[in-house]
Design a protein around this ligand. Structure first.
Ligand SMILES: [Zn+2]
Length: 287
């Protein structure tokens, strides 16, 4: 899809699953299971880990990389990791993008289901950056947080997902919001984890065209997380997430942004409207 000056695609990297209760926090199962009716006998919900591919002005930018392929059997079984249909390399190749072509890689944050695919094990058994020529970007406070995690989110941060990138001097830190490249903005939020960054591609502002596209990362991981209290139990600071959703969703509606849901296995992206009981989906789009 063309957004402003860029071609934008969502790239499937895998299927996996997380506990439905943990994904919906305080919302009881009889409610979340109606909003997202896709769970297995272990109560795990079916999830995507979609990367965002942005191409234009000579740049090939990838945002997030899914779980990757180096978690080991035990974790793969806990998270029901499935690469039988989708892999990051395979889906990029299908879009005509080789791993060497990527010029910029943006980590929204360093949790394993976002950062895992940014490194891989090479033929000599060494863990190396997946995108050998890309400059990688992460928020400075997120990197500090990931290197000193709390007991609550320690299991989500696996240093092998970013330290090989840092060791090869391919990792740059960014401090706060701002323009990343012309037409592409970064916006930080802090409720899920410290300094997670969302990526906004600005639209051309035409009558029917979306005003822009937002890669929401874990602020709104699936379309079922649009209602304000539908928040993840994984969030470190849930009241901050609540404030951030209350600021973000009215702006997204006002500016006619297309919201991309990184973890929704069924809905890629949607425009929203202000309904009677909060913000609702106005129409979905497959990218
Ligand atoms: Zn996360």
């Amino acid at each position: 899809m063309k957004i402003g000056e860029y071609d934008v695609d969502l790239i499937e990297t895998c299927r996996f699953a997380l506990d439905g209760g943990a994904m919906f926090g305080v919302v009881p199962k009889n409610l979340w299971s109606r909003a997202y009716p896709h769970f297995d006998e272990q109560n795990r919900i079916a999830m995507s880990a979609r990367a965002l591919l942005i191409r234009g002005n000579g740049n090939t930018i990838v945002v997030d990389a899914g779980c990757g392929g180096k978690m080991g059997e035990k974790l793969e079984s806990i998270y029901a990791l499935d690469n039988s249909v989708y892999t990051l390399d395979g889906e990029l190749a299908r879009h005509g993008v080789g791993l060497e072509d990527v010029t910029h890689f943006i980590y929204t944050h360093l949790h394993f289901d976002h950062a895992g695919g940014s490194t891989r094990i090479d033929s000599s058994g060494e863990t190396v950056p997946t995108f050998p020529y890309a400059r990688h970007f992460v928020q400075k406070d997120q990197l500090t947080w990931a290197r000193n995690p709390t007991d609550k989110d320690r299991a989500s941060f696996m240093p092998e997902n970013w330290e090989p990138v840092a060791r090869q001097d391919l990792l740059s830190t960014i401090d706060g919001d701002g323009e990343f490249l012309p037409g592409i903005e970064l916006r930080t939020v802090h409720g899920h984890t410290r300094a997670m960054q969302m990526v906004i591609v600005n639209g051309s502002g035409g009558e029917d065209a979306p005003g822009g596209l937002v890669y929401c990362a874990d602020l709104i991981p699936t379309s079922a997380h649009l209602p304000f209290p539908y928040m993840m139990g994984y969030d470190n600071f849930p009241l901050t997430t609540l404030e951030e959703k209350k600021r973000f969703l009215p702006e997204a509606f006002e500016r006619r942004w297309l919201l991309c849901f990184e973890h929704d296995a069924f809905t890629h992206a949607a425009r929203i409207i202000a309904g009677k009981r909060g913000f609702e989906i106005a129409g979905t789009v497959d990218l």
